[in-house]
Design a protein around this ligand. Structure first.
Ligand SMILES: CCCNc1ncnc2c1ncn2[C@@H]1O[C@H](/C=C/CNC(=O)c2cc(-c3ccc(F)cc3)cc(O)c2O)[C@H](C)[C@H]1O
Ligand SMILES: [Mg+2]
Length: 214
């Protein structure tokens, strides 16, 4: 049977990128998605905004919802201070398998903990599973109708503290209207929109950065 797009993306990384070099893995994926097959990675333009927020926060505990092929997991983990880890959740086993191989190829397997499962099931177990109290940084990039329920779950599970940063992809395209309305109008968040473009295109999209006020 025909390979899947993530499998073809993995092949390109294994063929073209330098093993152990996260930047070359990132550049190879961006080149593949721009010149061969589009894929829904956060991409280079929004990725630069993601990089700047990760560097600014320099999180001790970081969570990503929706690993997909592992592109943003590699982007985030390459910037984390030594001794800190990114926890990334992916419930599709085929995507998780590709992401594991891309993460391994980049050499960042010791800085990324990829957990197979649904955010709704795993978030309530985060403290016990990973021995963490609260999260400094959360990157949301999974199903767009799950952003709002999942941050409400993070609140309920006391995983957010005063100053925790949420960064959400695709708030314009495909769009996350209920999430935007909530973080922009809730007194518990201070929100800011970073205008950009949908990965590898000229279509408008952007990232929403929200600080939990406690
Ligand atoms: C109930 C499970 C919830 N919990 C979950 N727990 C764990 N993992 C979860 C959960 N829900 C989903 N996932 C995983 O996350 C990934 C899902 C990613 C979804 N991303 C998009 O849909 C998107 C679309 C476009 C786009 C824009 C324009 C177009 F024309 C076409 C496409 C662009 C973009 O940047 C986009 O990120 C992965 C595929 C999926 O297995
Ligand atoms: Mg996205």
């Amino acid at each position: 049977t025909r390979s899947t797009r993530p499998q073809r993306l993995l092949k390109a990384v294994q063929k073209k990128a330098i093993k152990g070099d996260p930047q070359s893995v990132i550049s190879t994926i961006d080149y593949f998605c721009r010149h061969s097959e589009w894929a829904m990675n956060v991409g280079d333009e929004k990725g630069a905004i993601l990089d700047s927020v990760v560097c600014e926060v320099s999180p001790s505990t970081a969570l990503e919802l929706g690993t997909y092929c592992g592109y943003s997991a590699v982007r985030i983990a390459r910037l984390l201070p030594p001794g800190t880890k990114l926890i990334t959740l992916e419930f599709n086993p085929d995507y998780a398998a590709v992401a594991r191989q891309i993460i391994e190829y980049s050499g960042l397997q010791d800085k990324i903990c990829l957990v197979e499962g649904a955010s709704g099931d795993l978030i309530p177990k985060m403290q016990e599973l990973f021995g963490i109290k609260t999260l400094d940084f959360v990157f949301l990039d999974h199903w767009k109708d799950r952003y709002l329920p999942d941050i409400k779950l993070l609140e309920e599970c006391q995983l957010l503290r005063k100053g925790s940063i949420l960064l959400a992809d695709n708030v314009i395209c495909p769009g996350t209207p209920d999430y935007l309305e909530y973080v922009r109008n809730s007194p518990r968040y201070e929100s800011k929109y970073f205008k950009s473009h949908l990965e590898y295109t000229k279509v408008e999209d952007g990232l929403e950065k929200s600080v939990f006020l406690g």
